[in-house]
Design a protein around this ligand. Structure first.
Ligand code: FUL
Length: 637
């Protein structure tokens, strides 16, 4: 049966009694765009879907997440830097580009700049002749990957931070990076700004009013002047927005549109339906709890199965996946991480290798003429799409499927140049003559991937557009059969200074349930009412035997919590006998509320201890409850 006669039969109702009436349309003009639409560089960015973040810098060598800015450049000394290995690991996970931290908050520059002495020129790496930015860029180009850069606006090293002279310096850094390393696909401006730091020796706290201080539009214009194709990840609505958490979870729905005002975290996760600014979300997270490499996280690398879930909550919700891969002190992606990346990448490649909707016959309740016919969703092109007459915002598209195709992944894409038009849709399948609803969602956008709990073999699949702001423009409906990743067993830490908590036990705690602190699982959390003045939360641990304890670690919950927060600071004491206590350290955890990464606190000097007592006086941000996921310890290296 030819497609034409089939569609004719369907239209007459003879073939598909359960389908809605199919009206032909003789309109041929394309629909006009609705609302906000992507710029050409944003449109290209939507096609990238997966790319890697590379956090590599002085913190890799100091075991910190946020360097203070007083670290000696002599500490930066990768023993076996292999940019091709890093790029290959990223590529094995389907990453189409990498974004490197050219400078993190500590101010250390990974490229040989003459703008500061706090840079790689003064490190032992290649006797000061190395250029990590350039070497990684070249490796990316060799492998056919795009290259992008992160340049922290906050600089805890620079003496002038907080004053106009620093802005001049920062702009010169932007220009150097935008002019020395070929085409950049993204330029990343971190939102963390201002606080305590070294600041050229002043060692003080400097607070800034970020929008006024940086004058973001002028800095973004500087990037675009030199790199017109680079999308800026920025706090003011030029190209790409933060998804509002660092866990890899976009909202469902996640609208690519936002109000025309400075970023508000509460709006970032789901975006705002129908808002006037095209400012799509990038969903970032790290493959490890921290952004930088820490050997005590070798056992906590996300599993391939976890990465597949992250794919679903990022790419599957129309955002881009930005997965951080921290190189170790050699300057390589650790073996375990590389194995996991390949397993994940193989699974995604295999899952999406063959579109099982190919060979289907598409027809629709309404068509806008042959240029916008239903079968445009099957032609594998992003620039063609099915559409309906202007006044039709509720319509149904049906695929008559070839027999025997079992699928559990459904991918739907909107034609983005015309804006977000579909606001709510449903997908049904027809099995043995009966229609079954599989899913109802708001927002399709760049893509919506629906993963079914198990494969279905259906005679027909139906996309029902339930609500729209304008007639739909659907460029793809495709079906796949998922392939599970090959499991990669977790390993223990490669670092002998990391103490095993296997023989540890809780001897006292301010709230029940503290045992989960020792289960090496960041998903199980110890919670209790937020501490009030004079009544800190506390936990006392018995290490089972005396150790030369050099410090402790604390892992906050990595779940997005609305009513709980990690501790703001700590007081730690140690004891040999559990009766007399020595002060260990006290202070604040760096960026714990947002980075949600393991914090490592070293004592001024290692000491013999069998007992560890931690007290927390307040939550890092106002919250009803205090939450902690894990506690550990380490000896001297
Ligand atoms: C955050 C930073 O503070 C973290 O260290 C990391 O770079 C992350 C990607 O962004 O805001």
């Amino acid at each position: 049966m030819t497609e034409l006669t089939r569609r004719h039969l369907v239209a007459s109702g003879a073939l598909l009694s359960a389908a809605p009436a199919f009206a032909a349309s003789d309109r041929t003009g394309a629909p006009t765009p609705w609302g906000a639409t992507p710029s050409p560089r944003q449109l290209a960015w939507h096609g990238h879907e997966q790319y890697a973040f590379i956090h590599f810098s002085i913190n890799t060598f100091t075991d910190k997440e946020w360097g203070f800015g007083d670290e000696s450049p002599a500490l930066f000394n990768p023993t076996d830097f292999d940019p091709d290995q890093i790029v290959a690991a990223a590529k094995s996970a389907n990453m189409r580009g990498i974004i490197l931290t050219a400078k993190h908050h500590d101010g250390f520059c990974l490229w040989p700049t003459m703008l500061t002495e706090h840079c790689i020129r003064n490190s032992p790496y290649k006797q000061g002749k190395g250029d990590i930015v350039g070497e990684l860029e070249q490796a990316a180009r060799r492998a056919g990957l795009m290259f992008g850069l992160y340049l922290s606006p906050w600089d805890r090293n620079h003496a002038e931070y907080g004053r106009p002279a620093y802005i001049d310096y920062y702009r010169k850094q932007v220009v150097e990076l935008c002019t020395r390393y070929g085409e950049l696909f993204e330029f990343w401006f971190d939102g963390a700004n201002g606080g305590d730091g070294y600041y050229g020796g002043a060692r003080e706290t400097r607070k800034i009013d970020a929008p006024a201080y940086y004058d973001w539009p002028s800095i973004i214009a500087l990037v675009h002047q030199h790199q017109p194709k680079a999308c800026t990840f920025d706090p003011l609505g030029s190209d790409i927005r933060w998804v509002g958490n660092e866990d890899g979870i976009a909202g469902d729905p996640c609208w690519p549109t936002m109000p025309n005002h400075a970023y508000v975290q509460a709006e970032g996760n789901s975006g705002v339906r129908g808002a006037p600014l095209w400012w799509p979300a990038e969903t970032n997270t790290s493959i490890r709890p921290g952004w930088f490499y820490h050997s005590d996280e070798d056992s906590k690398v996300r599993s391939p199965e976890n990465l597949v879930r992250y794919y679903d909550t990022s790419v599957g919700r129309g955002t881009n996946m930005h997965l951080n891969l921290p190189p170790d002190r050699r300057g390589r992606i650790p073996h375990q991480d590389a194995k996991i990346l390949k397993s994940f990448g193989d699974a995604i490649r295999a899952s999406f290798a063959s579109d099982l909707a190919q060979g289907a016959v598409a027809h629709a309740s309404h068509e806008r003429g042959s240029a916008f016919a239903a079968d445009k969703v099957l032609d594998g092109r992003r620039d063609s799409y099915w559409s309906t007459p202007d006044e039709v915002t509720q319509a149904t598209l049906v695929l008559d499927l070839p027999p025997g195709r079992a699928f559990d992944l459904i991918r739907i894409r909107e034609h983005l140049p015309l804006g977000i038009r579909v606001t709510k849709f449903a997908v049904d399948v027809q099995i043995d003559g009966a229609w079954r609803e599989l899913a109802v969602h708001e927002c399709i956008s760049a893509q919506r991937i629906i993963r079914l709990p198990q494969p279905v073999t259906a005679r027909r699949l139906q996309l029902r557009i339930l609500e729209g702001t304008a007639c739909p423009a659907i460029s793809e409906v495709s079906l796949f059969r998922s392939v599970a990743p090959v499991p990669v067993p977790a390993i223990v830490s490669s670092d002998p200074s990391v103490l095993s908590t296997a023989g540890w036990r809780i001897v006292a705690a301010s709230a029940p349930g503290a045992d989960v602190l020792l289960d090496n699982d960041a998903k199980t959390i110890w919670t209790q009412p937020a501490p009030v003045a004079g009544k800190p939360a506390s936990v006392t641990l018995d290490l089972g035997q005396a150790e030369m304890l050099a410090g402790f670690s604390l892992t906050p919950s990595r779940q997005v919590m609305t009513d709980a927060a990690p501790p703001k600071g700590y007081v730690v004491e140690t004891s040999v006998d559990g009766r007399s206590w020595q002060p260990g350290a006290s202070g604040e955890f760096a960026n714990i509320a947002y980075a949600l990464s393991t914090q490592r606190i070293a004592f001024a000097t290692p000491r013999r201890a069998r007992f560890l007592r931690l007290s927390f006086a307040a939550t890092a941000v106002p919250a009803a409850k205090l939450a902690v996921a894990g506690v550990g310890g380490f000896t001297s290296k």
